[in-house]
Ligand binder design. Sequence first.
Ligand code: TXA
Ligand code: MG
Length: 352
Amino acid sequence: MKTLMIKVDSWNPELEKIQKAAEIIQAGGLVAFPTETVYGLGADALNGDAVMRLFEAKKRPLDNPPIVHVADVSEVYPLVTEVSRKAKLLMEQLWPGPLTLVFKRSNNVPKATVAGLDTIAIRMPNHKVAQELIKKSHRPIAAPSANLSGKPSPTTAKHVYEDLNGRIDAIIDGGAANIGVESTVVDLSSDPPVLLRPGGTPFEVLKKLVADLQLHPFVQAEEDVPLEKIRSPGMKHKHYAPKAQVILVEGSVQAVVSKVKQLAESYTLQGRRVGILATDETKSAYKGNVVRSLGSRFNLSTIARNLFCMLREVDAEGVDVIVAEGVPSEGLGLAVMNRLRKASGYHIIKTA
Ligand code: TXA
Ligand code: MG
């Protein structure tokens, strides 16, 4: 299959180009598009066959449903059985934005779209291109992140191309994603509501609106969670893994720097090529290795924006091991640490 590249102005998308992409969606095809979090791979959410093609293109396990994207709150109602007071509040205050809400689903939704679950995950992206694509398609769009399953999520059209060229119909290139980590997933089908995946909307922001919101233990897990505790299918699958082995070092900045240096030296002695994911404040400590800075430790939004891109970049250098510094778990840092822990397969070293 030839993958069409459609370059658009992300602030003022050319409507005839979006129209062309919408026609592909309407015909049951697959179109990757930018959102404010990461690139999504879109299909008609109401067409079960189209959604099955999504799973195939991404090589995604069939039990892990995609998020359904809408352009207006009114589009939620036909897809769900009930919209609670808390759901209304979150939609009013935080949509469009990097927040996905899980509802009990209605019977209008094809089984493929929800992977057979009785719930559905929905979000309204805060991105002109995504919104126009949904509107012009005249239907909700099912869209998992547009990467091969298990790889870091794509924050540019180039990342999508690397993973999916020849496997999908088109890629809309609208520049780099601004937030860089995926949306926060909150399950409202249960009471009290539970945050299942940390992401672009910080827990602290949600907690101010929904005081009884719980953090699922998996969010900050430091090891694989037992299968019976799983609430979100995505929890049990391998994630964000570059080709190289990832090791995460957590602790105070000074202790982290000396541990990272020590690890880099000993791997180098073993003849293994080392990549280091550092921060602006610490990168000069690691001369002689492949080093990338995620940004300043005092700006966790920048770190989130750069995370997946830097994981791919260091990996592309052909290193054998990537040693990553931990960052504080507050604000967007919670999502960053969750992704790094998963990327490391829970190979975490704690220092004082
Ligand atoms: O920012 C994002 O959320 C991006 C952009 C494209 O919108 N999308 C994204 O989709 O990250 P994906 O498919 O890579 O991740 C969806 C997550 C998975 O962890 C999945 O298990 C969870 O949402 N999910 C989907 N439906 C669910 C449901 N009914 N109940 C619980 N979790 C669900
Ligand atoms: Mg994903």
